[in-house]
Design a binder for this molecule. Structure first.
Ligand code: ADP
Ligand code: VHF
Length: 499
């Protein structure tokens, strides 16, 4: 009889799991337990990637620097010093168990370029097929703020999506996500299953350890990103890595075979749109089933014995104790491959405001015509990424210069709020779109002197946040102009502190 399907598992370890917060000494016992766990998962047939922070932390110890410096060049130098020491720690630990590892260092630029993204994806898949455990970190030495992921939580979510992982473990120094920071609120309540991050209420405003970069808020952003790509995301404590195996077994038991997951390198570029949509629909069915079974986990089931099954005479074996963790369930309509890359691989350079009619047409799979574009913000060139925002209310009249939110050159006028629904790669630059917005495609040549395309953006260059094809939901209406410059990571703004 065939056992459960092997899973793709990404384990992210924050700085607080790698070095002691005060002394910056490496937490050798945690590291060796992680190594044992990763090797155990490999023996069980799973594919494992580790996303390891800690280069700066290890660099601090190596150079006897007490406090994390503020200067970028100092941090980059410490990361360069720490990264090789960090990898030698991992290599020596894995070597005891004869497990080969590989180092992958990424910046956002590597992800933003489509062919580099695909190369990274192919290399990771090749390593996994060879039985190697890739160890990923941000290339801190090269990454300046514009090309930085900024935190390894986001990097781990992008990595998990890139290889179509099943599970992402965000290991940290608390058991799980609580409704408020447990360090400062001993009465905080654990949150065990999150079905819809959009309706999650938890105070993640306070910072975490002194060395960690994001605290809990970047983990929520990462969970949102990974679950949107169909990756179940778990937050749990790193000091007891054996819990990973227990949680994997528990999640595996609650999945419904047969799995329809397909390998990233089989589907990535070669798959046609239709094939990809079919695969996504099949995957959606599997995910819906998985979600249905996963949500039966109640807080009590972690330690309880199930009620006897009335249909059999044999009592069911007691359920093994499941360690405390937070599990974010994957989207039943995952966004993968090129669509995920458009949404999260690229940094948007501007915003296109479109009307409701254009939005409807896009959902019906048409491309974006200039007539549906109401406004444009930012400066961008052809084929650069932009935010796609739907205007909630619109007046199609000539704007007077006294009215805000409209344009003054006689095009359509709009006012009120808009909400972001996705991202697009445009066929025209911002300057060109400003001139052709609201016009018929037949007018493009007359206005610009040339017409590269009748569309401002082709349909295959447009990706919606909630899934393609057929958006089931969009993000709540938010006055986009107020939030687009906020702290946006991977396309999602952390507005204020309470998510
Ligand atoms: N609602 C919350 N639930 C759990 N932890 C929280 C919450 N809000 C803030 N935190 C803090 O987040 C910390 C983990 O983040 P961080 O130190 O950045 O970890 P890492 O280095 O593992 O990425 C915890 O130690 C905790 O103090
Ligand atoms: N790339 C950096 C870590 C950045 C980071 O996200 O750290 P953390 O919040 O501890 O996961 C390093 O290796 O020091």
């Amino acid at each position: 009889m065939r056992g459960p399907r092997p899973l793709g598992v990404v384990i992210k370890l924050g700085t607080s799991s790698i070095v002691d917060e005060k002394t910056h000494e490496p937490l050798l016992s945690t590291l060796s337990l992680i190594v044992e766990t990763a090797v155990k998962l490999r023996k069980d047939g799973h594919k494992v990637i580790i996303v390891s922070s800690g280069a700066i932390g290890v660099g601090l110890r190596r150079m006897d620097v007490e406090k994390r410096p503020k200067h970028l060049s100092k941090l980059q130098a410490l990361a360069a010093i720490g990264q090789c020491r960090l990898m030698s720690l991992w290599d020596s630990q894995f070597n005891h168990l004869r497990q080969p590892i590989a180092q992958i260092l990424l910046t956002r630029n590597d992800i933003a370029d489509r062919s580099r993204y695909l190369n990274a994806q192919r290399t990771m898949n090749e390593l996994l097929d060879m039985g190697v455990i890739p160890i990923v970190n941000e290339n801190d030495t090269l990454a300046v703020s514009e090309i930085k992921f900024g935190d390894n939580d986001t990097l781990s979510a992008i990595t998990a999506a890139m290889v179509h992982a099943d599970l992402l473990f965000l290991m940290t120094d608390v058991d799980c996500l609580y409704d408020k920071n447990p360090r400062t609120h001993p009465d905080a309540h654990p949150i065990e299953v999150v079905e819809d991050i959009g309706s999650l209420v938890a105070d993640v405003s306070t910072a975490g350890s002194s060395l960690g970069t994001g605290g809990m808020s970047t983990k929520i952003v990462a969970a949102r990103l990974a679950t949107s790509a169909g990756v179940t995301t778990v937050i749990t404590r790193s000091s007891n890595p054996g819990n990973i195996v227990k949680i994997v077994k528990h999640i595996q038991a609650s999945r419904s075979p047969p799995s329809l997951a397909t390998k990233a390198n089989q589907t990535a570029e070669s798959t046609t749109d239709t094939q990809q949509q079919q695969q996504q629909q099949q995957q959606n069915t599997a995910d819906v089933l998985r979600t249905a079974s996963a949500t039966t986990l109640s807080p009590d089931s972690r330690s309880s014995t199930p009620a006897p099954d009335s249909r059999t005479t044999t009592p069911a074996p007691p359920t093994p104790k499941i360690p405390l963790h937070t599990r974010f369930l994957p989207s039943p309509h995952p966004v993968r491959d090129r669509y995920f890359w458009i949404l999260h691989g690229l940094r948007p350079h501007g915003t296109l405001y479109i009307d409701q009619g254009a939005y409807k047409a896009l959902l019906g799979k048409a491309g974006l015509l200039p007539v549906g574009v109401v406004d444009v913000d930012g400066v961008f060139a052809q084929q650069e990424a932009v935010r796609l925002c739907v205007v909630d209310r619109k007046k199609t009249k000539r704007a007077s210069s006294a009215e805000g939110g409209g344009d003054s050159d006689g095009g359509k006028f709009w006012e009120g709020t808009a909400h972001e629904v996705g991202r697009a790669l445009t066929n025209y630059s911002s300057v060109e779109i400003a001139r052709i917005k609201g016009r018929q495609s037949t007018e493009i040549e007359g206005i610009l002197g040339y017409a590269d395309s009748e569309y401002v953006a082709q349909r295959e260059s447009i990706s919606f946040f909630a899934g393609v094809p057929g958006v089931r939901e969009s993000r709540p209406a938010t006055p986009v102009r107020e939030v687009v410059d906020g702290r946006g990571i991977g396309g999602y703004e952390v507005e204020g502190a309470v998510l």
